[in-house]
Design a protein around this ligand. Structure first.
Ligand code: UT7
Length: 316
């Protein structure tokens, strides 16, 4: 059976770091509050670069890791909620920089579930035989839509990009389940409402507690369903690569699944919540430091605005 395999990973985070102490000089917060409530210590901020620059850097690293020629890529999907323009899409901007002249290009808007959504779409298209190679990127410049005066939000987010190069292969993605509940849309919103031309409010608005409750309930259920559908036990999974929003969410998901906490790698302490970029940045770190062994079973899981959530099961 043709599956979709990730044959290369890449990531990029901008060099400028904003620490918890820096933030405590900007709003009424403290390193102690941020660390204990979220696990975040630093976040990286793109000062002199666009979303497309970060997306391209991550994509180039993934293509190099996969050792494929850019001209062989048939599909580029960028998951983002913070594109540089309404149009053209981010994927077109990446295509031009990468000289991936034969790629079909489009973006996916599914917030923090963006990367798993884009990966699921790419996997279907590769499975259908439409393309041999594809590139899926999660890239976010969250600093553009963060209200730096709102302490309930500005301490959480960071900028960055991550990417996966994909090929049709016998080993790879086994199954996925992606869900959405649009009735929860108002719980987490970001960006300007286009119909309100006078509005200067471009910021993220979030009911943090509601999102927290939704995440710790929906993510374990999605993962359990996915494993059940594939006759797998939780102990057969080697690593759970979750969206990096809050370490307390990750610990709670591990507890609810009765899974070993050590199987849930975390890097949000360094990058904060990079939305659609968090899963591929973490995947790239694990790939490059040799933590991912061939044949390991991985579950990727995302959740966020929409409300949207879901999981993907794959063999590395
Ligand atoms: O990517 C997906 C989207 N986002 C998420 O997954 C986020 C999910 N939610 C969360 O991670 C948590 O709800 C937060 C980290 C956002 C907030 O943590 P919490 O434990 O739910 O805190 P809270 O909202 O209940 O606030 C507790 C207190 C409040 O003060 P009072 O009313 O108890 O006096 C807040 O005003 O903490 C206050 N507070 C802060 N204090 C210091 C809120 N933000 C801050 C802050 N520094 N940055």
């Amino acid at each position: 059976m043709i599956r979709t395999r990730i044959i290369g990973t890449g990531s990029y985070v901008p060099p400028d770091i904003l620490t918890n102490d820096n933030l405590s000089e900007m709003v009424d917060t403290s390193d102690e509050w941020i660390r204990t409530r979220t696990g975040i210590c630093n976040r990286h901020i793109a000062k002199d670069m666009d979303n497309a620059d970060m997306a391209y850097n991550a994509a180039r690293n993934a293509v190099e890791d996969a050792r494929i020629e850019a001209s062989k890529i048939g599909l580029i999907i960028v998951a983002t909620s913070t594109p540089d323009y309404a149009f053209p899409n981010q994927a077109s901007l990446v295509q031009a920089k990468l000289k991936a002249v034969n790629a079909m290009c489009f973006d996916v808007s599914a917030a923090c579930s963006g990367f798993i959504t884009a990966l699921d779409i790419a996997a279907s298209m590769l499975k259908a035989g439409s393309y041999k190679y594809a590139l899926v990127i999660g890239s976010e410049k969250m600093s553009e839509i963060v209200n730096w005066k709102d302490r309930s939000v500005c301490v959480l987010f960071g900028d960055g990009a991550g990417a996966g190069a994909l090929v049709g292969h016998e080993r790879g993605i086994i199954d996925s389940n992606i869900y959405n509940d649009g009735t929860g849309a108002s719980v987490l919103t970001g960006g300007r409402r286009f119909s309100d031309s006078c509005s200067t409010d471009i910021f993220i608005h979030m009911d943090g507690q509601e999102v927290f409750k939704f995440a710790v309930k929906s993510v374990p259920t999605a993962i359990e369903t996915l494993l059940h559908n594939n006759n797998m036990d939780i102990n057969e999974v080697d690593k759970f690569i979750l969206h990096q929003a809050n370490v307390r969410i990750i610990e709670s998901v591990a507890k609810r699944l009765k899974a070993d906490k050590d199987k849930f790698p975390v890097n949000l302490n360094e990058y904060g919540n990079t939305s659609s970029a968090s899963i591929p940045i973490l995947l790239d770190e694990l790939n490059r430091n040799g933590s991912l062994k061939q044949g390991e079973k991985l579950v990727l899981a995302g959740f966020g605005a929409g409300l949207s959530w879901g999981s993907i099961l794959l063999v590395w």
